[in-house]
Ligand binder design. Structure first.
Ligand SMILES: Cc1cc2nc3c(=O)[nH]c(=O)nc-3n(C[C@H](O)[C@H](O)[C@H](O)COP(=O)(O)OP(=O)(O)OC[C@H]3O[C@@H](n4cnc5c(N)ncnc54)[C@H](O)[C@@H]3O)c2cc1C
Length: 137
């Protein structure tokens, strides 16, 4: 027998509906002290645009990669962990500021299809193998 969680007698008066609109939003400042703890915000906690071509998801992953690489490079150059952390936070804010300039508030419904977006989110860091049947990552 097929079971259903709802039927005609189900009381839906307490039902709550949540939804995520397809729109963009961002925070200008994505790092700083939160309750005295050095903090960086990545992914949707920093900001996101419409989801087409995986822009929002990719942007968060790129931010995480950028922060990890900045931190590693500073530690490897001999800076202390604390200095490295503050350095990475500052670099991340600069990275984010530049990104916001070209990716947010563009009033461009075709943002996803812009050549620089294609380059950054689909092609960068990849190359075609010689026989051009596979994408090398
Ligand atoms: C309907 C929809 C469709 C989408 N489609 C696509 C798509 O096709 N391609 C794409 O790239 N992106 C898509 N996105 C966007 C993508 O899902 C997000 O950009 C991505 O998930 C952001 O990842 P995140 O880790 O920053 O945040 P999230 O995935 O939201 O992760 C945040 C996590 O933190 C947890 N959390 C929140 N507050 C607290 C707290 N106080 N304590 C502990 N944990 C907490 C949450 O429960 C959650 O697990 C879509 C989003 C939606 C809503």
């Amino acid at each position: 027998m097929e079971k259903s969680i709802w039927d005609a007698n189900t009381d839906l008066s307490e039902c709550q509906l949540y939804y995520a609109p397809r729109s963009e939003a961002y925070f200008p400042q994505v790092q700083g002290l939160v309750d005295d703890v050095p903090t960086m915000f990545v992914g949707d906690a920093a900001g996101g645009t419409d989801y087409r071509l995986g822009l929002s998801g990719s942007r968060g992953l790129m931010a995480g990669t950028f922060i990890a690489e900045s931190l590693l490079s500073l530690v490897q150059s001999g800076a202390s962990w604390e200095e490295s952390l503050w350095g990475a936070m500052s670099s991340y804010q600069t990275w984010w500021n530049k990104l916001v300039e070209v990716e947010f508030s563009q009033d461009d419904s075709k943002l996803t299809w812009r050549p620089d977006m294609y380059q950054k989110y689909l092609f960068e860091g990849r190359s075609y193998l010689e026989d051009a049947t596979q994408l090398e990552v």
